[in-house]
Write a protein that binds this ligand. Sequence first.
Ligand SMILES: NC(=O)c1ccc[n+]([C@@H]2O[C@H](COP(=O)([O-])OP(=O)(O)OC[C@H]3O[C@@H](n4cnc5c(N)ncnc54)[C@H](O)[C@@H]3O)[C@@H](O)[C@H]2O)c1
Length: 249
Amino acid sequence: MDGMRLDGRVAVVTGGAGAIGSAIAADLTALGARVVVADVDLRGAEKVAAGLPGSVPQAVDLAAPESVERFCAACRDAAGGVDILVHNAGVSIVELFTSSDPANWDLMWQVNLRGPMLMTKLLLPGMMARGWGRLVFVSSDGARAGSGGEGAYAATKAGLFGLAKTLAREAARANVTSNVVCPGPTDTPMLQRVSAAEPGLVERIARTIPLRRLGTPADVAGLVAYLCTERAAYVTGQTLSVSGGVTMH
Ligand SMILES: NC(=O)c1ccc[n+]([C@@H]2O[C@H](COP(=O)([O-])OP(=O)(O)OC[C@H]3O[C@@H](n4cnc5c(N)ncnc54)[C@H](O)[C@@H]3O)[C@@H](O)[C@H]2O)c1
């Protein structure tokens, strides 16, 4: 199919060592992109990159501005710039809002929103100068619909909506698109840990989903990869859920 290849493009996937991030890195590699697997967990990033031809692992701590600055400088020096930036890294600390710890709000704000803002500020000018780029922000259906125990997390993830739409407007003339992908409940180690502590939880969640199953990392990666291609050149400023129909907007 024309317009689906990403040969010659350089893509950064943050949280690339994780469940969804590694699936995104694999799909972008399969389409021909050279992927920078970026994660605070360098060992994990190395393992993922080892299985993906042409990809490279790179450490970055989104909670530390100087680390983000070093990372972006290294990307510019080594790869000559970044064409595709997938903001997938995220942390979720589940606690009822009234008893939540503001120190946890700070960590989620730094990793989920401030880090992506800084990285975009540093890498978007290069995309705009070259006249082509893709920004994809991985948010959460928890931010669209609310999610018990995830108030601060949802607030940081909802911040991505406003950021992505504003960037869609500001960068459109430079042929850079900016979109948000919201996974619903996705079968990842994170969810498996929660369900181990609460037997039957996954089954109960699945019954509320019209497609009657949890999402997979590949379900999310497929949409992210599409948004990075030329086929999606006319799609910008959108927020799309990958949730089996549990949220319909
Ligand atoms: N799993 C789900 O059900 C679900 C649902 C909705 C949204 N999401 C979102 O999808 C994204 C991926 O989630 P996942 O399930 O693959 O989780 P995951 O924990 O497997 O992956 C997250 C990755 O982010 C990395 N990371 C954490 N802190 C970082 C930091 N300071 N700097 C750089 N990297 C850091 C982790 O090392 C990890 O590799 C996250 O943004 C998450 O909020 C997941």
